[in-house]
Design a binder for this molecule. Structure first.
Ligand code: AMP
Length: 308
């Protein structure tokens, strides 16, 4: 299957306890496409950048086989900019700046070749734009979306409208609580699934991820990493690995979703090892496969001899 990804292509300024970088390549669609490309040959990008976006960054994506036909350039506009700061608890992120810039007037166009039979991956973005992309694609398709606190705060009604149209939502635990207005994650998940998505993945940072589906709850661990430098993009690379795995398998069964959670977690565990998308540019599919084996070993629970 092929994958069409809409999301942000950005300049990010990031500060963590381990260093800081200014205006590096980032954005949800960058992390998602780079991650999905490990699994799938046909990954198309739908996004917008300004005239300030260097050609080298576009080449970086196209050299890796990502189809950039759906990337619009607004010559006299500025690229989306985000600045964030992490504290010692890396799950705790502070957004210092979000400048929508060219994103404010973004009118996405899905290239004809992705209109049919694609996995439609709605990366973190204004929910109206996510819906616009969805309306340009035809069933059968699998629609998977992400969102974040920014959009839950700014555009709640529009977000609910988009949620009603998708098969699967991937969000983190604090966003799930905020979206459902419910502190208990199991109750929050039920509420969110009632809003539309039959499947829901809740990421819990260094505590793993949960998949809620018609078959109940599946829990995957997080990989206990020694070297975490920058969590930026972890959620998006999870999504890229997740949709990439589904495209490679070509089916949307609950078992495939469970494996996709493990592959997504494996890709995300690499992403955080260096600043920005750097680590995703270094690893190979063999590295991902080895880490998936480690995940399996980590989560293996031998059938216990009865204690009673
Ligand atoms: P993640 O760490 O996976 O949540 O994603 C981080 C990426 O999301 C960064 O590269 C940012 O450029 C991008 N980003 C930050 N805020 C937003 C937003 N409001 N909408 C879309 N993308 C965003």
């Amino acid at each position: 299957m092929q994958i069409i990804v809409v999301g942000t292509v950005a300049f990010d300024s990031i500060e963590t306890p381990f260093g800081a970088v200014d205006k590096i390549l980032g954005g949800s669609a960058v992390y998602i496409t780079l991650s999905a490309r490990f699994f799938c040959e046909n990954v198309g990008l739908v996004a917008v950048v300004g005239g300030d976006f260097p050609d080298e960054n576009v080449s970086l994506l196209s050299d890796r086989g990502i189809d950039v036909d759906g990337l619009q350039v607004v010559p006299d506009g500025e690229t989306f900019f985000w600045a964030g700061k992490y504290h010692y608890d890396l799950n705790d992120r502070e957004t210092l700046a979000t400048h929508l810039n060219v994103l404010s007037d973004f009118d996405p166009v899905v290239p004809e070749k992705y209109v049919d039979g694609s996995i439609v991956c709605l990366g973190n973005l204004e929910p109206g734009i996510q819906r616009n992309v969805l309306s340009q694609t035809r069933a059968p398709r699998i629609a998977i979306m992400d969102t974040m606190n920014f959009w839950i705060d700014q555009t709640p009604e529009s977000l609910v409208e988009t949620l009603a149209l998708v098969d699967c939502l991937i969000i983190n635990d604090s966003e799930a609580r905020q979206l459902a207005d419910e502190p208990n994650l199991v109750k929050a998940a039920a509420r969110i699934r009632n809003m539309g998505p039959k499947s829901l993945v809740i990421k819990k940072g260094e505590h793993g991820a949960l998949l809620f589906s018609d078959q109940g709850i599946f829990s995957a661990p997080a990989y206990p990493l020694e070297d975490i430098h920058d969590p930026t993009g972890a959620g998006d690379s999870f999504m890229g690995g997740f949709v990439g795995y589904l495209a490679a398998r070509g089916d949307a069964s609950v078992d495939s979703f469970k494996s996709a959670v493990v592959y997504g977690s494996a890709v995300a565990s690499f992403c955080v090892e260096k600043f920005g998308p750097q680590r995703l540019l270094e690893i190979t599919s063999a590295d991902i496969e080895r880490r998936v084996d480690d995940f399996r070993a980590l989560a293996h629970i031998p059938a216990p001899a009865s204690a009673f």
